[in-house]
Design a protein. Structure first.
Length: 536
């Protein structure tokens, strides 16, 4: 089964090619995912380095894990913890360890030091950063946040700073990382907060005293910084991608429109250069552009110029040939007349008669060729004037009846005059061609001639019995040198110029000529439609 052909304009094809760039958002998404993975790994390595640095400061210092608590310092820490809203450290906490980790802690990280029994010896820092003082937002910033920012907020996970982590603040941290550190291995872990709003990344490092693990340093930080950085990268990247797609689409659409308009102009120029009858009206205006369309335009212009020269040569060939042949034809005619007057045997006179018949046919051919050539040349000098078409058609029908007394011609015309603007002698010449053509093809059958008014025009139709037109010939019948006669009248040459003259005269009067088979296939109808006076 043949698939249907899909017609797409150049603009649609270029926009279809632009869909390839839709892969850019997917590539950007994959890039952002890879960036997030890299940032998470970097965060885990940073926390591991922090935990290792604190543990290094506590290595091989058994006194820090065996000193009795300071009641005054414990009371001060308890008062500070209550004022901060966090659970107080137990009385066994070590003030010296607290002083060590206080200098190493960061604002976005929390550091724990616990012993092997899970007792919290020190804690510093907070997972919630202080609220920053943001500068006033610009107008375009507010517009962006209210439009595309809302879209990003729907598709991207947003960092939440209002989380709660009751599981860790109620006691010492515990988990896979602490268990690994107690086993002597630096371990990282990720867990969600108790309310599920944030992810806590932790790294636990063992504290060695000799060859024994006496405690664990745990460094914690939320993944909000990574999520925020990922979102900023995603927004920046997709803003650029959207801008590129928008600018690229507009530029490609403008280019496709410009390219299509150039091609359409070339098509229109090529169509205007040739009229309906195939004649070249004028040379094609070539383009001076240096691209392929300019080359095509110049090629079309060159081809049309050569075709115009060849068509002009063909159009002048008939008159030149007729002019060149008249002298030898006259010589042959005079020679035959002299031979006919001389004393010749009877068998020789037979050959002279055949030569005269051939000369007569040749003279008719030259006459018809001259008729067509002179008609085209003389149309520019014809004076146009309004006249009644009905008596012209009636006179032509009467003349054909006298010439062909055996022809059965039925004539139907309105009683009211039909005024057309043109030359009555040309209309009579056109009707003579049509009626002679109908009589020949009817071969004794019926012929119908009718004149009828239409909307602002008059339709002259000549229908005849006889063979129908061959398939595909209805549109070519009025071209020069085209004939569909199977045989015709013996001794009468047919060059296919009769209906060509009909078309030329019809076009001179602003009308058209058409030929079609009858619906029942019993004959042919040739019609000429002419505008009435004042309608064109």
């Amino acid at each position: 089964m043949k698939l249907p052909r899909i017609a797409l304009s150049i603009r649609a094809q270029l926009l279809l090619v632009l869909t390839v760039f839709l892969a850019l958002p997917w590539l950007g998404y994959e890039y952002v995912r890879e960036l997030e993975r890299v940032l998470r790994d970097a965060q885990e390595r940073t926390l591991a380095g922090t935990a290792q640095a604190v543990a290094t400061a506590l290595h091989d210092r058994p006194r820090l894990f065996a000193s009795p608590p300071d009641p005054i310092a414990s009371f001060a820490r308890e008062r500070a913890d209550v004022r901060a809203g966090t659970p107080s450290l137990p009385p066994s906490a070590s003030p010296e360890i607290a002083q060590i980790i206080e200098g190493l802690s960061r604002t976005t990280a929390r550091i724990w030091v616990i012993d092997r029994d899970g007792v919290v010896l020190a804690r510093a820092g907070s997972l919630k950063p202080p609220v920053p003082q943001l500068p006033p937002e610009s107008f375009w910033g507010r517009i962006g946040r209210a439009t595309i920012g809302r879209l990003y907020a729907l598709v991207l996970e947003q960092p939440a700073e209002d989380f709660s982590d009751d599981a860790a603040t109620r006691g010492a941290p515990s988990g896979r990382d602490v268990e690994g550190a107690l086993a002597g291995i630096l371990t990282t872990d990720r867990r969600k907060t108790s309310d599920g709003k944030a992810v806590i990344v932790s790294a636990a490092h063992p504290v060695w005293v000799g060859d024994q693990v006496r405690g664990v340093v745990v460094a914690e930080e939320t993944g909000n910084a990574v999520v925020a950085e990922r979102n900023r990268a995603f927004e920046r990247l997709f803003n650029i991608v959207l801008a590129v797609l928008l600018v690229g689409s507009l530029a490609l659409t403008a280019y496709a429109t410009w390219l299509s308009s150039r091609i359409r102009r070339l098509r229109d120029d090529a169509e205007r250069a040739i009229d309906e009858s195939g004649r070249i009206r004028g040379a094609l205006a070539s383009s001076d552009a240096g691209d392929e369309i300019g080359d095509l335009s110049r090629s079309f212009s060159s081809v049309l110029a050569r075709l115009a020269e060849y068509a002009s040569y063909q159009e002048k060939m008939a008159s030149r040939l007729s002019h060149e042949l008249r002298t030898p034809v006259a010589v042959v005619r005079s020679s035959l007349d002299n031979l006919k007057a001389a004393r010749l045997p009877d068998d020789a006179r037979v050959y002279i008669a055949r030569a005269q018949d051939g000369l007569t046919r040749l003279t008719q051919i030259l006459t018809r060729m001259t008729e067509a050539a002179r008609l085209e040349q003389s149309l520019s000098d014809v004076d146009r004037a309004p006249f009644d078409l009905v008596p012209v058609v009636s006179g032509c029908v009467d003349g054909v009846r006298l010439v062909y007394p055996d022809a059965r011609i039925a004539y139907d015309a309105p009683s009211q005059p039909i005024i057309v603007d043109g030359a009555p002698e040309l209309i009579a010449q056109m009707l003579d061609k049509l009626l002679a053509n109908a009589v020949e093809f009817a071969n004794g059958g019926a012929i119908g001639v009718s004149v009828a008014r239409t909307d602002g025009a008059v339709r002259l139709a000549i229908a005849n019995d006889g063979p129908p037109l061959p398939e595909g010939m209805a549109g070519r019948l009025f071209e020069s040198m085209v004939s569909v006669r199977p045989g015709g009248e013996p001794g009468v040459p047919h060059l296919g110029l009769g209906l060509y003259i009909v078309r030329v005269i019809a076009q001179f009067h602003g009308g058209t000529a058409q030929a079609a088979n009858r619906a029942d296939g019993t004959g042919v109808v040739v019609s000429v439609t002419l505008p009435t006076a004042g309608a064109n």
